[in-house]
Design a protein around this ligand. Sequence first.
Ligand code: COA
Length: 166
Amino acid sequence: MKLAIQALEKKHEKSNFDCGKSLLDDYIKKQARQDVSRDLSACFVLVDEANVVKGYYTLSSNSISRNDFPEPLRKKLPPSYTDLPTILLGRLAVDKTAQGKKYGDVLLIDALKRSMETSENLGSIAVVVDPIDEGAQAFYAKYGFILLPTSGKMFLPMKTIKDLFK
Ligand SMILES: CC(C)(COP(=O)(O)OP(=O)(O)OC[C@H]1O[C@@H](n2cnc3c(N)ncnc32)[C@H](O)[C@@H]1OP(=O)(O)O)[C@@H](O)C(=O)NCCC(=O)NCCS
């Protein structure tokens, strides 16, 4: 099966998407195109040769309160930044028929690379995720995402991401 990652378009078939989490299924089926058209988020889909969506992720600009960041990181930043610019990887999901084949890995790496490229034109100190449950938290922790205890969100510093692609 030959797969590609593309920006979400009308031609992509998503009506049977099922990752096991109804919130994430409903989002791609009912809301993603509308959010993209309103410039609320960008959505990238992993599709097969028949344009059937096997996975997706979303990115949007975002900020995190300085007080939510761990002290060692906070100390290095000028105090004038009360909110720190970040990129939100809002959702990431793989269809059940494709889970366990490293496509989650492929989508996450693609999202991090795209975020790094974006940060060359729009300053962002980290990529932030908001894990849907403990399983999702464990998935992101595997890649080095650090928990922000105050919000339950997790982040990966842009510096770490840049080092990853050096
Ligand atoms: C989480 C999810 C995206 C992973 O995608 P996947 O294609 O099944 O995962 P991969 O095959 O790419 O696995 C990559 C690595 O993550 C690990 N992993 C996958 N799911 C995991 C989980 N729930 N908890 C911990 N680790 C997990 C795999 O074991 C693998 O590790 P390895 O390289 O050491 O073998 C997918 O299971 C999914 O869509 N789940 C439902 C939606 C969801 O929870 N999304 C999370 C973001 S909100």
